[in-house]
Design a protein around this ligand. Sequence first.
Ligand SMILES: Nc1nc2c(ncn2[C@@H]2O[C@H](COP(=O)(O)OP(=O)(O)OP(=O)(O)O)[C@@H](O)[C@H]2O)c(=O)[nH]1
Ligand SMILES: [Mg+2]
Length: 300
Amino acid sequence: MLVSMKSGTAVILGRPNSGKSTLLNALVGQKVSIVSSKPQTTRNRILGIITEERGQIAFTDTPGIHKPAYRMNRRMMGAVYEELKEIDLVLLVVDASISFGAGEKFALEMVQKAQRSSLLLLNKVDRVAKPKLLPIMERYGKTYDFLEIIPISALNGDNLNLLIDKIFHYLPEGELVYESEQITDRSERFLAAEFIREKLLERMREELPYTSAVLVRNFDESRRAEKNLVVIEADILVERRSQQGIVLGAGASQLRDLGIAARRDLEQLLECQVYLSLTVRTAPNWRNDDTVLDQLELGR
Ligand SMILES: Nc1nc2c(ncn2[C@@H]2O[C@H](COP(=O)(O)OP(=O)(O)OP(=O)(O)O)[C@@H](O)[C@H]2O)c(=O)[nH]1
Ligand SMILES: [Mg+2]
């Protein structure tokens, strides 16, 4: 007997910092989306694909749901709305370790408006005492008719196999859309910029995480086959001159450390040696500049 396959799309939604990108990486078993402790880490839609004998799930990680203040943020949120149009399932991720507030309400309203088949994922349960979970589940259960409410830990992997089983259960039957080895649709060049930005976010505080970006100026693969070497030249954009010094650190030591950490990750990603050159550049008001935002693939 021919067993039919399941195939479909699931969008990962939630407020900033709820653990969406950590979840995507855990599900696909590889880092495709950067993670940090700062809200608004993810700025683009990131596809992550899993393919098994029973079928294929195309997940999309999205920027955290927030009220946009700059053109950049409007484009980020535009990408989220766009995503909601053509998907089979919504996975709403909430941080169960913090109390319900305006951010949770805002994300929930988006799901209510979209009226899509949705699973609610209570994330970070590794930080929550078990007896506290039931009231949280009941509270969310009243707000929307979720197909399931599943407590998970994206960080520890708790309940992720169950989650995958549930998703396959709810997906429609269909053919594979992507090659079985494909993990994401993002280019190595895009991922390189993101991996560098992750190292920047880890080291920056206050407004710098929001006002900086990474633009890969040159991604030279001409010596990849012969010398196993990729040359990457990237600009770190900041909004004000005074911020350049903060990124550089004393005697440019911070930029050097950042470059070393980023190169290590990039060599793992690209499976070759990487020569990385980083420059800090002031680009006033880049968050409202469509030319820069286009180069950053923002909103896509
Ligand atoms: N304890 C714990 N921490 C988690 C878990 N999942 C994610 N985190 C942490 O939460 C922080 C935010 O994780 P991200 O995956 O970047 O969150 P996000 O929802 O993608 O955030 P944005 O891209 O800003 O919208 C990081 O410090 C993660 O390590 C979890 O299950 N347990
Ligand atoms: Mg993210």
